[in-house]
Design a protein. Structure first.
Length: 115
């Protein structure tokens, strides 16, 4: 099994629930506090590929900052990736990464498919 990496925001209840769910099952993921250690555009692209989704699906479009930045759900993938790299608050959380696979913990149980 490849190492588990959790893009985590300890202030987010879903992120905390996901971490507890993993720990309760005996997993000890590497924690990446993505708000203080933001991913690069290349890392965001890699996680998008691992998730198998469109860039907008790994974003928080209801976040006020999304609108403040003038972003739209139909913006091109590069624009959205760059926005997340510059403003990690826009990244949906939490994201569990295991090698070339990933899952968004919404609901927290969604990450169990990786285990």
């Amino acid at each position: 099994m490849k190492p588990l990496i959790l893009w985590h925001n300890p202030r987010c209840s879903k992120s905390r629930q996901t971490l507890h769910l993993l720990q309760d099952r005996g997993y000890d993921p590497q924690i990446r506090l993505y708000l203080t250690n933001p991913p690069t555009v290349a890392e965001i692209r890699a996680v998008q590929m691992a998730l198998g989704c469109r860039m907008i699906e790994m974003m928080r479009p209801k976040e006020a900052l999304f609108k403040e930045l003038g972003l739209a759900k139909d913006d091109d993938e590069e624009t959205l990736a760059e926005a997340m790299a510059a403003h990690p608050k826009l990244i949906e959380r939490p994201i569990l990464i295991e090698g070339e696979h990933a899952a968004i913990g919404r609901p927290p149980e969604a990450v169990l498919k990786l285990l």
